[in-house]
Ligand binder design. Structure first.
Ligand code: F6P
Length: 326
């Protein structure tokens, strides 16, 4: 991780994969910490695609003013097909070298970090900052953007609960997370949902039916089920529940609404701290690492470990959520 004999005068930053609220706050921190340390800092537009196409500009202090409160990323982000191939990766590395860039900070998730590893293997000094609403990186407790996405879901759940209670209907809210149920789980607990359906736990239709009918018998007018997108078709579950319970169900698919919006205070703080640490590490010539948090302190692990640590589903939160929604 520590490399004494490298120079670190010019660095670059890019955002890759799905955008996440807080990316801008992280960008601001990276740019300003770099300038504070006397470095040149370049912004690469549209992720690895922009890198291959040499879509790069030097950033100044003012380039990142008035952005920390904004969702999305002012640099643009992308998923690049060309970068999946050796030719694209080689071109990307050459572009970095043409600009005399010594270190690259990658803001993104799993796939983005794998891309950073590819560039590291070619000789680039890289640092990863975890940004994804999915929270599916096992090496860190939280990723930037996750808690804001949970807030967005909670806002929708509150509104849906109002209408659900008024009409005595049930609602299945589909949230993002193809392979990771964290958004559903956290929003389910915080939103007092009747149940969450996540890819990590086989869901028990009988238990769900029992819960819904018991609730109805107690006079409950609302039924909120939060389901991660990666599990079975939402419409199908809706139909089955209607048949089994006799209650009217509706579906709401929140989709990309969850990716946008102003980052929460916690995400802005996490992003600012992680962005600052990423540059500090480059200054200290500690590279090839990804930044992590345990929920309060920051630390870092090797890029390989970041990419290879599978996400661990929080069974304790799941248990609490189930017990409280009897
Ligand atoms: O990884 C972030 C994420 O928002 C996932 O939750 C979702 O499955 C996916 O991206 C959607 O990707 P796209 O924007 O390419 O449809």
């Amino acid at each position: 991780m520590e490399r004494e004999n490298i120079k670190m005068e010019s660095i670059a930053v890019l955002c890759s994969g799905g955008d996440a609220p807080g990316m801008n706050a992280a960008l601001r921190a990276v740019v300003r910490t770099a300038i504070f340390n006397g470095m040149r800092i370049y912004g690469i537009h549209d992720g690895y695609r922009g890198l291959i196409d040499n879509d790069i500009e030097e950033l100044k202090v003012s380039s990142v003013s008035d952005i920390m409160q904004r969702g999305g990323t002012v640099l643009g982000s992308a998923r690049s097909e060309r970068f999946r191939h050796e030719e694209g990766q080689q071109r990307a590395y050459e572009v970095l070298k043409e600009h005399d860039i010594d270190g690259l900070i990658v803001l993104g998730g799993d796939g983005s970090f794998k891309g950073a590893l590819d560039l590291q293997e070619k000789g680039m000094q890289v640092i990863g900052i975890p940004c994804t609403i999915d929270n599916d990186l096992g090496y860190t407790t939280y990723t930037i953007g996750f808690l804001t996405a949970v807030e967005t879901v909670l806002d929708a759940v509150g509104r849906l609960r109002d209408t659900s209670s008024s009409h005595g209907i049930g609602v299945i809210v589909e949230v993002m997370g193809r392979h990771c149920g964290d958004i559903a789980l956290f929003a389910g607990l915080a939103g007092g949902a009747e149940a969450v359906i996540v890819p990590e736990v086989e869901f028990d239709l009988d238990e769900l039916e029992r819960k819904i009918t018991n609730g109805e018998k107690r006079g409950k007018k609302h039924q909120i089920i939060i389901k991660a997108e990666g599990v079975q078709r939402t419409e199908e579950i809706c139909r089955i529940l209607e048949e089994r319970t006799g209650i009217d169900f509706r579906t709401t698919i929140l989709g990309h609404v969850q990716r946008g919006g102003a980052p929460s205070a916690l995400d802005r703080i996490l992003a600012s701290r992680m962005g600052s640490l990423a540059v500090e590490l480059l200054v200290q010539k500690k590279t090839g690492v990804a930044i992590a948090t345990n929920g309060s302190e920051l630390h870092y692990v090797s890029m390989e470990e970041a990419v290879n640590t599978p996400h661990k589903f929080n069974t304790d939160i799941y248990r609490v959520m189930r017990e409280l929604s009897i």
